[in-house]
Design a protein around this ligand. Structure first.
Ligand SMILES: NC(=O)c1ccc[n+]([C@@H]2O[C@H](COP(=O)([O-])OP(=O)(O)OC[C@H]3O[C@@H](n4cnc5c(N)ncnc54)[C@H](O)[C@@H]3O)[C@@H](O)[C@H]2O)c1
Length: 321
């Protein structure tokens, strides 16, 4: 059996190598994510493929001769054409329970830093201004409303951590029963209500055709001009151009972004020059703990499938039958 890692951003992949070779399979390590032709050459003959950011398009999938499973390093599988994989009978799996605490902590850090205006305060001190004049007005967190888009694993943790801090937590998730949202202490609302009522909105839905540019010129205008937007989910959910415009026109008060439409973020992005915007380099997932967990889990999933089992964390569930 042959297993490939298409690309990875870690210091090494020794954990994956050990788990996979101990199972008797051969492992091939590549660093190829943008060159589709090379990617196809690398993985066409593999029985299992571990993917980080490489785009596994329908064309790539078409060339896979006997691949059983594509395992994503992480939660989002938006770089894999799941429909094409399903048609070809290839399992797609992820690691849904990794970094849930890290991402929810990161989102909360951005939410708190924006609301407490930490960056403008730092700039104020740097410029020799003492006192609160430069950062007025500021609302107390306990009188403000947090809105969450999506109510999966990560935002449920954001909700749990934020409830003692905020006046209320609103949630928009069309696929989760309102009773479940209420049982967690939050208030189920429509997307429109979330936009108009929240003082901070934190985005946590997956990136799909229906969530692409969910935040655009029109929906950003619905937000309060004092509101903050935080995105730790996927860049494409927010139109970056429309967000830049909304910030420039002061239609919203600021943003905290870990993900961008194009990554890495261009060094000349206007977002980097804005004092009310915090940008982090798609690292919300990171801690040494989550890193080790992820590397171990992807390798174990591969071994599990090559032993004849259905993936533990199967995305294209129709293949389980
Ligand atoms: N920045 C990072 O480092 C990082 C790390 C891990 C995950 N993520 C991203 O975080 C996001 C959330 O992860 P999770 O583990 O909570 O996901 P999850 O799979 O547990 O939950 C996703 C939720 O989104 C809901 N949803 C689907 N479409 C929606 C829509 N149109 N509007 C509102 N809600 C919708 C679903 O009903 C589900 O409850 C994903 O986009 C993932 O890619 C980012």
């Amino acid at each position: 059996m042959k297993v490939a890692i298409t690309d990875y951003q870690y210091d090494d992949v020794e954990t994956e190598k050990k788990i996979i070779s101990d199972s008797g399979a051969e492992i091939f390590i590549f660093q190829c994510k943008d060159d589709e032709e090379q990617l196809i050459k690398n993985i066409a003959d593999m029985d299992a493929v571990i993917v980080q950011y490489a785009k596994i398009t329908a064309n790539v999938i078409q060339h896979l001769k006997h691949c059983k499973v594509l395992v994503r390093y992480g939660i989002g599988v938006d770089n894999i054409d799941v429909e094409a994989a399903t048609k070809k009978g290839i399992y797609v799996a992820n690691v849904p329970d990794y970094a849930v605490q890290e991402v929810s902590d990161h989102a909360l850090s951005l939410i708190l830093a924006l609301n407490r205006k930490l960056l403008p305060m730092m700039a104020s001190v740097r410029h020799g201004t003492w006192g609160y004049n430069d950062i007025r007005p500021m609302q107390g967190l306990y009188s403000s409303t947090l809105g969450l888009v999506g109510f999966g694993r990560i935002p449920q943790q954001v909700c749990r951590k934020a409830l003692p801090l905020f006046k209320e937590v609103l949630v928009f998730d069309p696929y989760i029963p309102p009773d479940f949202i209420s049982s967690k202490g939050a208030v189920p609302v429509s997307f429109d209500q979330l936009c108009t009522r929240s003082d901070t909105i934190s985005v946590h839905c997956p990136y799909t055709d229906s969530t692409r540019h969910l935040f655009n010129a029109e929906t950003l205008k619905k937000m309060k001009d004092t509101a903050y937007l935080v995105n730790t989910a996927r860049g494409g959910i927010v139109s970056q151009r429309d967000l830049e415009h909304a910030l420039q026109e002061k239609e919203i008060a600021g943003a905290g972004l870990d993900v961008f439409e194009t990554e890495p973020l261009a060094a000349d992005s206007p977002l980097l020059a804005m004092p009310n915007v915090i940008c982090t380099p798609h690292v919300a997932w990171y801690s040494e703990d989550s890193l080790k967990f992820l590397q171990r889990k992807v390798a174990e999933e591969v071994v599990n499938v090559l032993s004849g089992n259905v993936p533990r964390n199967l995305i294209n569930k129709s293949l389980a039958k």
